[in-house]
Design a protein around this ligand. Structure first.
Ligand code: MN
Length: 244
């Protein structure tokens, strides 16, 4: 619905400008449809939570993450978590809560496991998409780089820790760069879990569920994690999170 125009790819914006005579509302609607992968455009929101718009085209992360993987991961898996969450909270007090509040409220509550899993997976995936950008990787902004150097020695030290965490997470899960007390740290969480329930502030994440990489890398999770670190990580997003 309220998809920001400022984050659309330049090619889409140019196309949109050609349609400007149709009026702003129509233009915005056209742009919003054009920006989303086909798999995610069909359903109108059916509850309080929406699948957030991606800030890049579905082939923009290729070849590190193919458009096929992105189409399934965003348009099917992430959308499924949002749809399941909306169904589960319908008619309950949880429907009026912020996503983060649902996560911390239902964490560890036996009869709320399904709601927790879908809420946390929705949050984790939204955070993951923002942790990636086309032509990412490279050098973090100076303020973040100083914190990385202080905690890991240098960027390569952080890279080694993230790749080790990716390789050693048994089964489905997530690898995170977090602020933990006065230091940066690399952590991993299983299944839907996140640093939000651990008192840590997440800066960025890599999804290491098999659905994140199997179509492109099969069993080579280490190659996926290394390629994401080197070519897709959005250090500006991590720096923004560090600053707030
Ligand atoms: Mn995933």
């Amino acid at each position: 619905m309220n998809k920001p125009m400022t984050v659309l790819p330049a090619t889409i914006t140019r196309r949109g400008l050609m349609l400007a005579s149709a009026g702003f509302a129509s233009l915005a609607s056209t742009l919003a449809r054009a920006a989303a992968p086909p798999a995610a455009t069909a359903a109108a929101p059916s509850g309080p939570f929406n699948l957030p718009a991606l800030t890049f085209a579905d082939n923009a992360l290729d070849p590190v993450i193919s458009s096929t993987t992105l189409g399934f991961h965003y348009g099917k898996h992430h959308k499924g978590y949002v749809d399941n969450l909306n169904k589960a909270v319908a008619g309950t007090p949880l429907a009026g809560m912020a996503l983060e509040q649902i996560i911390t409220t239902t964490y560890g509550v036996a009869d709320k496991t399904g709601i927790y899993n879908n809420a946390s997976q929705d949050w984790n995936h939204s955070f993951y998409w923002k942790s990636l950008r086309p032509q990412g990787g490279g050098a973090p902004p100076a303020a973040l780089r100083q914190r990385i150097d202080a905690s890991f020695g240098d960027l390569d030290g952080l890279r080694k820790e993230i790749l080790a965490a990716s390789a050693s997470q048994f089964g489905s899960g997530w690898v995170w760069l977090v602020v933990d007390g006065d230091k940066l740290a690399v952590t991993k969480t299983g299944n839907a879990d996140s640093p939000l329930t651990r008192g840590q502030k997440p800066l960025l994440t890599i999804d290491v569920w098999e659905h994140a990489y199997y179509l492109d890398y099969q069993n080579r999770r280490a190659d996926y994690a290394a390629a994401v670190f080197d070519r897709l990580l959005n250090w500006g997003f991590a720096a923004d999170n560090l600053a707030v």
